[in-house]
Design a protein around this ligand. Structure first.
Ligand SMILES: Nc1ncnc2c1ncn2[C@@H]1O[C@H](COP(=O)(O)OP(=O)(O)OP(=O)(O)O)[C@@H](O)[C@H]1O
Length: 321
């Protein structure tokens, strides 16, 4: 800024929690670069308007341009996948996100399951996200924030989307105002087809969790999911065995309708971490159907999810960047 230029010092006070990184003036046009990392979407928009008004009031200023920048947060994206449907991927995604939040992380959950978005039901809320301009504001539930592809279309509308539509919708959800979330859990659609591949390519997760039931058919599918992440160099953080071991609520007898331990053996064979198992427990289904995720309360199921969350955090720390 030369000596004859308008004095812009007063603008620093207007910036408040944000920081003006540079102020330039040329031919009466002021250009400000502002670090807005500390502000959410609504406060950023208000600050831009306040700065313009304040700068225009300074003698010699004819126009104002404000460039906003936010330093990259160290936010990690974790994809939850399964080779086939119905193995409990969405149940795990919701409860894992809540268990991670209870472990002290700030967690967002994205329901990218185009074929059957179910997180609004699992989290027990019909609240629709609001938006600032085109930026969505995630909905809060059970200590996490979430957005679902199901919120982008009217209820019951079939989401027979092809790759480009699904990746466009996922991008919109990822670019939402996630604020200070340091972990984003993405519930992918089941399977290993083109839609799943393009969603993974587009979102470039930092790591993936694969869910399987213990029986062989499901494990073959889980192995396909692991291959899919290998193709695009996304580290598999671990395998979770769901619906393992059943304790009869009436007689207490232990049985293994889908087998037990298959996923742990498969993880060892494939050289990936085994993150733990969730028993087949009618209480998990009942609580899930009621929109009360078991991980949000206390008890055996909640502890199982908490243990998996701890192992996942360890795997994330040691995963290749
Ligand atoms: N450990 C468990 N014990 C009992 N029921 C479970 C368990 N895990 C999941 N379920 C139930 O199994 C059903 C399928 O679970 P979920 O919807 O999470 O699977 P999914 O793999 O995400 O399915 P989709 O392929 O449809 O997305 C649900 O009714 C859920 O409540």
């Amino acid at each position: 800024m030369d000596d004859a230029a308008p004095n812009l010092d007063s603008l620093d006070a207007v910036a408040g929690d944000a920081r003006i990184l540079s102020k330039r003036v040329k031919d009466g046009v002021v250009t400000l670069v502002v670090d807005v990392t500390a502000l959410d979407g609504a406060r950023r928009a208000a600050l831009e308007s306040d700065l313009k008004t304040a700068a225009m009031a300074i003698a010699g200023v004819g126009d104002v341009r404000v460039a906003m920048t936010a330093s990259q947060r160290a936010r990690k994206l974790i994809a939850v996948a399964s080779g086939k449907g119905g193995v409990g991927k969405s149940t795990l995604s919701a409860n894992l996100a809540i268990a991670l939040a209870r472990a002290g992380r700030v967690v967002g959950l994205i329901d990218a399951d185009v074929y059957g978005p179910s997180q609004t039901k699992l989290l027990g809320t019909d609240e629709r996200p609001t938006a600032n301009d085109k930026t969505l504001n995630p909905v809060a539930a059970h200590g996490i924030r979430f957005l679902s592809m199901g919120q982008l279309v009217s209820a019951g509308h079939a989401l027979a989307w092809r790759g480009p539509m699904a990746t466009g919708a996922l991008a919109q959800l990822m670019e939402a105002d996630w604020g200070d979330c340091d972990l984003l859990v993405v519930d992918l659609p089941p399977g290993t087809g083109d839609v799943q591949l393009s969603l993974v390519q587009k979102s470039r997760p930092d790591g993936a969790v694969v869910v399987s039931t213990p029986q062989a058919m499901s494990l073959i599918d889980a192995t396909r999911a692991i291959d899919l992440f290998g193709k695009v160099s996304v580290p598999v953080l671990g395998l979770v065995e769901n619906m393992a071991g059943y304790t009869c609520p009436h007689c207490g007898e232990q049985s293994d309708p889908f087998g037990c331990g298959g996923a742990e053996d498969a993880a060892a064979e494939l050289g990936i971490p085994f993150l733990g198992r969730i028993p087949l427990d009618p209480a998990v289904r009942e609580a899930s159907d009621a929109g009360l995720p078991p991980a949000a309360s206390d008890g055996a199921q909640s502890e199982a999810f908490a243990r998996i969350a701890q192992k996942l955090l360890q795997a994330l720390e040691t995963a290749p960047a």
